[in-house]
Write a protein that binds this ligand. Structure first.
Ligand SMILES: [Zn+2]
Length: 160
């Protein structure tokens, strides 16, 4: 289900996540790719300023709503380092975007947070499919998920 092209875009998401971490944000990065394979928009997490809604998948949904026709949105793919949270999954659904491919799952992240002794999130840990229907979702990708595990470890050790 995961092609070489998918891996290329996912690796970019992991790079963006690492950039976010280096800037003091949380390690999440996402890329929006058109049906023709063109990278249209990319972003990383920006929560360091105190706004915990500044997730890259949400930024992608907003960008897509403002710059793409409904049909283009439905054919576009969103790649992301970590599975969409419920807020971002809903935004993806409202924006009418297409396939989602993630490197690591929300379930994996929840397990890592427990292992790291981090406080659990107030937002429930729902899978994308629990929030939106009729969406093709692929992931996780084990070797990239392991890299994400490392980045979350770095974040939580830095907070201690
Ligand atoms: Zn989110």
């Amino acid at each position: 289900m995961i092609s070489e092209t998918d891996l290329k875009h996912l690796r970019r998401c992991v790079e963006l996540a690492e950039t976010a971490l280096e800037k003091g944000d949380e390690p999440f990065g996402s890329v929006l790719v058109s049906a023709a394979g063109e990278v249209l928009f990319e972003d990383h997490n920006h929560v360091a300023g105190g706004d915990h809604t500044q997730h890259p998948e949400f930024a992608i949904a907003r960008w897509a709503a403002n710059h793409m026709a409904p049909e283009e949105r439905s054919e576009a793919t969103v790649y992301t380092s970590g599975e969409h949270c419920p807020m971002c999954a809903a935004a993806h659904g409202w924006a009418g975007l297409g396939r989602i491919v993630y490197a690591s799952s929300s379930e994996q992240l929840a397990g890592w947070l427990i292992e790291l002794g981090a406080a659990p999130s107030r937002v429930r840990n729902l899978s994308i499919q629990e929030v939106i229907k009729d969406t093709v979702v692929d992931g996780p990708v084990p070797e990239l998920a392991e890299h994400m595990h490392e980045l979350h470890g770095r974040l939580h050790r830095a907070k201690q």
